[in-house]
Ligand binder design. Structure first.
Ligand code: URA
Length: 483
């Protein structure tokens, strides 16, 4: 019997999802059913423990084994990118009808590829609502999970948190917590299942009860610094604040004592969010203050969420020389100033040697936040990816348009990429200036932290090249000043 005959006989299919959040499983089965032309009213989607199997008594029970198989020549299944993006989240919603809803929309997409844009389509609107509500739940999990330190049976420290999600979002957010707390041993307990991370492996276990989680003080310092970085001034509105942070979370929140301080800075941060938003319109912020506020609020790449603060460039406006590094390091992140740590000290030493006054230059970085990984209690620098550098280029461009340097000196490959939008080899690019689109010229040299990692002859050789690059820049500045 072919798939079409199944349908004409009115066969009803029941698909049992192995877990309530298994989008990949749904996608595979949905593709198979669409290829066999099984309309939505002939399929029931049942999640574990679910009651959605209305036909189980009269139709084929455990229909999974009996799903029709598409013929080899079956047509491709159409699914727009937007649908897939929303469906992935919507599948995590706690609405028991969600899989059927998704299948209806996928079915419709086969004959109406633009149906996701149809404002009047109630199913599409519902998928959007589910997506939004799941995103919101994930956001709450990121913001309100509170770890408490416990000592396990081996005497090792372990951090345990209790959280009550509204939807099936726990597994989908495992990666977020793994990246954020990579070097901690932690467990997140929830009534929808638990996650356990030991620094290398993620394990899952079944639902937990609140009593399974420890009481006591959360790890305050960690959470206070985390909360400062995610605080959103818009939540100052009490109504919005209550909606965003339901009271059930409040008693667990050590950061509530930070609120007065954050309120004091909220106006500036709000202005920053406006500056960050202006990016959509491609309007470069026109003052150093607007840029500083904008980078403080920028979340265009994930680095910002872990660092303490954005580090703005500093120096003379109208400086002839702009020096661009890679990204703030540990000390720059602490102090909020560029090049104040070991690499900065080495840079200062060579600038002085060749006769460039740092006070006459503008010093900044290609990436404005510190990217690091924890090693025990130390934060170790991690290089930004090309994508992260590119996300920050906008701010560097804004700084250049305000400072208007004649000469820009890029320290290292990340800085060069921030200025050129492409990767260049330092060995090939050094020594010869390149024109930038605003009329200034770009000189490229190594990053001082590269010298710090070398010793012996290798260091002496690279130091000589570095000095000679700076010397060439100084000579060029002298020439420009004389014009
Ligand atoms: N390294 C950089 O690239 N920039 C700094 O500000 C500090 C270290």
């Amino acid at each position: 019997m072919t798939a079409m005959q199944h349908v004409s006989l009115g066969a009803h299919y029941v698909v049992h999802l192995p877990t309530p959040d298994d989008f990949a499983f749904w996608r595979e089965r949905a593709r198979q059913l669409i290829q066999c032309d099984v309309p939505p009213d002939r399929v029931s989607w049942v999640e574990p423990g679910g009651t959605g199997d209305l036909f189980a008594q009269e139709g084929p029970s455990r229909g999974e084994r009996r799903l029709p198989l598409p013929e080899k020549s079956a047509r491709q299944v159409r699914a727009s990118k937007r649908f897939m993006k929303l469906a992935r989240n919507a599948a995590l919603h706690s609405d028991p009808e969600r899989f059927g809803l998704l299948y209806r929309v996928l079915w419709r997409l086969q004959s109406k590829p633009r149906c996701m844009e149809d404002k009047a389509d109630a199913d599409v609107r519902r998928v959007e609502e589910l997506d939004k509500s799941v995103r919101r739940d994930s956001h709450k999990m990121h913001a309100f999970v509170r770890f408490r330190e416990v000592t396990d049976e081996t005497g090792a420290e372990h951090y345990v948190a209790w959280f009550e999600p509204d939807h099936h979002i726990v597994r989908a957010n495992a990666g977020f917590f793994m990246r954020r707390f990579a070097n901690m041993n932690w467990s997140i307990l929830t009534p929808r299942g638990c996650l356990h991370w030991d620094g290398t492996t993620m394990r899952e276990s079944g639902p937990a009860r609140r009593e399974d989680a420890p009481g006591g003080d959360p790890v305050e310092a960690l959470w206070k610094s985390y909360y400062s970085s995610i605080f959103n001034p818009a939540r100052l509105k009490v109504g919005a604040m209550l909606a965003e942070m339901p009271k059930k979370y409040w008693k667990n929140m050590p950061e509530s004592e930070l609120i007065p301080e954050l309120i004091a800075g909220a106006q500036a941060r709000e202005a920053g969010m406006v500056a960050a938003g202006a990016r959509e319109d491609r309007k470069l912020p026109s003052s150093v203050d607007a840029i500083a506020q904008g980078i403080g609020a920028c979340r265009d790449c994930p680095i910002a969420e872990c660092s303490t603060r954005a580090v703005m460039g500093e120096g003379a406006l109208g400086a002839r020389l702009m020096i661009v590094g890679e990204q703030p390091g540990d000390q720059e992140d602490e102090q909020g100033k560029p090049f104040v740590g070991p690499a900065g000290q080495l840079l200062d030493e060579y600038l002085t040697k060749v006769g460039i006054a740092r006070s006459q230059a503008y010093v900044t970085n290609a990436v404005k936040h510190f990217k690091f990984t924890w090693k025990g209690k130390r934060r170790l620098h991690q290089s930004p990816t090309a994508k992260e550098i590119d996300a920050c280029r906008w701010w560097l461009e804004a700084e250049r348009s305000v400072v208007k340097p004649r000469v820009v000196l890029a320290l290292g490959a990340s800085a060069a990429r921030g200025l050129l939008g492409k990767t260049v080899s330092i060995a090939r690019a050094r020594g010869t200036p390149m024109p930038l689109e605003d009329g200034s010229e770009l000189w490229v040299t190594a990053h001082p932290s590269y010298l710090l990692r070398l010793d012996g002859e290798a260091r002496a050789e690279q130091a000589a090249k570095f000095e000679s690059d700076l010397e060439a820049v100084r000579a060029r500045l002298t020439q420009i000043a004389g014009c």
